[in-house]
Ligand binder design. Structure first.
Ligand SMILES: [Zn+2]
Length: 445
């Protein structure tokens, strides 16, 4: 083949494709052209085109996908630990968030981008205010983002008209060919009225955008809904028509069998956020019960306020080990099935499996590379699919990510950011955080 512009060949990598037809190549190659994967197969120098990159010391994976987060959130890292969800929201997060400006949100989002890239995330689904700034941060970083302006019934720090803000954001970004997909993010049933949720539904159906909502995160949410509406939060959303749209539901901790049938009937996608749920002691997610109903499930990070760090591999490991313990069954899911929860199954949860989540011809060239520099990655017998997948899921963590590619472009190379100036991003976020925390007297506590 002739070398050409926009062509890259990844040669001699240990490749986990997450494609069930050909899940593993221990000495493989991937050819990329104009941001898309055009060939995956055994290493063959005859087929190399463009820049040829030696990957013989790397594990090559689909870029990790984080299906639920709030990227402004590092500004509030370590500000409110060890509280209940409702205290955490009403006494700490919401009072602090009142003082967040567009510039703060942008600086926080850029810090998230650094951290997400450094731990191998190529695509994330965000829900927050100041969506334009959040989107711009993603564009600068080179990552893909599904950006959902958060909608409350009350005014937000950004506007008295969150629905209007969301509509305008969607209209600005719908159909553009950037890495941003506009969505809409009603915060939760307890922060949005029926009228607000129905307005969200109407917008989601009008523009065919994803609805990204927190659902049944706590028992209190369920109890209040039962008292107010006489049904569970899931049934309430069905009754008011929200589930007619494409919905991504975060948490789903307190979900009954009846609820799961409703979610399955409407093809609702589920984002499980283990560390956030454990830290706020929200309850137990029941993974196999969702799978029995054929529901698509992913593992995600939530925000830094309730997770403290972005390290998707670490959260995946914790999440699946807890499931095995809960169900007293070490065979509940193997490492390969687990890895799907942050790759191909996560792509399904975002309705993007046709282009993301696995390394297949025709899909976007979004890749995460792990190197073998840490002792924890050895010994590694690279012709053993089982051992390589085990190394990724049980031994590796974000610190093993050496390179990240989105749309065929390296945005992180040899552990250095290509697009973002790391020290400037960190300094700006620190200053924004200081300004917000001064408003809530954090430093005098
Ligand atoms: Zn959340």
């Amino acid at each position: 083949m002739n070398a050409g512009a926009g062509q890259t060949t990844l040669m001699r990598g240990t490749i986990i494709t997450m494609c069930d037809d050909l899940p593993f190549l221990h000495d493989g190659m991937i050819v990329i052209e104009d941001g898309k994967i055009v060939h995956v197969g055994p290493a063959d120098p005859e087929r190399a085109v463009g820049e040829v990159i030696d990957c013989s010391e790397l594990i090559v994976l689909p870029g990790f996908i984080n299906t639920h987060t709030h990227t402004h959130s590092p500004l509030l890292r370590g500000v409110a630990d060890d509280q209940t969800l409702m205290d955490w929201l009403t006494k700490s997060m919401w009072p602090a968030e009142k003082h967040i400006t567009a510039t703060h949100a942008r600086n926080g989002a850029l810090l998230s981008c650094l951290e997400l890239i450094e731990s191998g995330v190529t695509t994330y689904a965000d829900q927050y205010y100041f969506s334009e700034e959040v989107a711009q941060a993603a564009v600068e970083s080179g990552q893909r983002a599904l950006v959902a302006p958060t909608v409350f019934s009350r005014p937000t720090p950004e506007s008295d008209d969150p629905i209007g803000v969301a509509r305008r954001f969607i209209e600005r970004h719908l159909g553009d060919d950037s890495r941003i997909e506009p969505c809409i993010g009603p915060h939760a049933i307890y922060s949005c009225s029926t009228e607000t949720l129905q307005a969200v539904r109407d917008i989601a159906l009008e523009y065919d955008v994803l609805v990204h909502i927190h659902l049944s995160e706590t028992q209190q949410e369920n109890d209040d809904c039962m008292r107010q509406h006489g049904v569970s939060p899931t049934r309430y959303l069905e009754q008011i028509g929200l589930l007619d749209a494409r919905v991504l539901a975060a948490h789903c901790v307190h979900i009954s069998e009846d609820d799961r049938q409703i979610l399955a009937r409407h093809n609702v996608k589920v984002s499980h956020n283990p560390i956030s749920n454990f830290k706020l002691v929200s309850g137990w997610f029941d993974y196999p019960a969702f799978r029995r109903h054929g529901l698509d499930v992913s593992v995600a990070l939530d925000g830094v306020q309730s997770n403290n760090s972005f390290n998707l591999l670490a959260d995946l490991k914790t999440g699946i080990l807890v499931q095995k313990t809960l169900h007293n069954d070490p065979t509940l899911l193997d490492a390969y099935e687990a890895l799907k929860l942050i790759t191909i199954d996560a792509a399904r949860c975002l309705f993007r499996e046709h282009e993301l989540g696995s390394l297949e011809v025709g899909k976007c060239a979004d890749l995460t590379f792990l190197d073998l520099s840490r002792a924890a990655m050895h010994p590694l017998h690279r012709n053993s699919f089982r051992q390589v997948v085990s190394a990724v899921v049980y031994a590796a963590n974000g610190a093993d990510v050496s390179d990240v590619m989105v749309q065929g472009e390296f945005i992180y190379r040899h552990r250095r950011h290509v697009r973002l100036d790391r020290s400037t991003v960190i300094a700006n976020a620190a200053e924004s955080s200081r300004q917000i925390l001064e408003h809530i007297d954090f430093f005098s506590r």
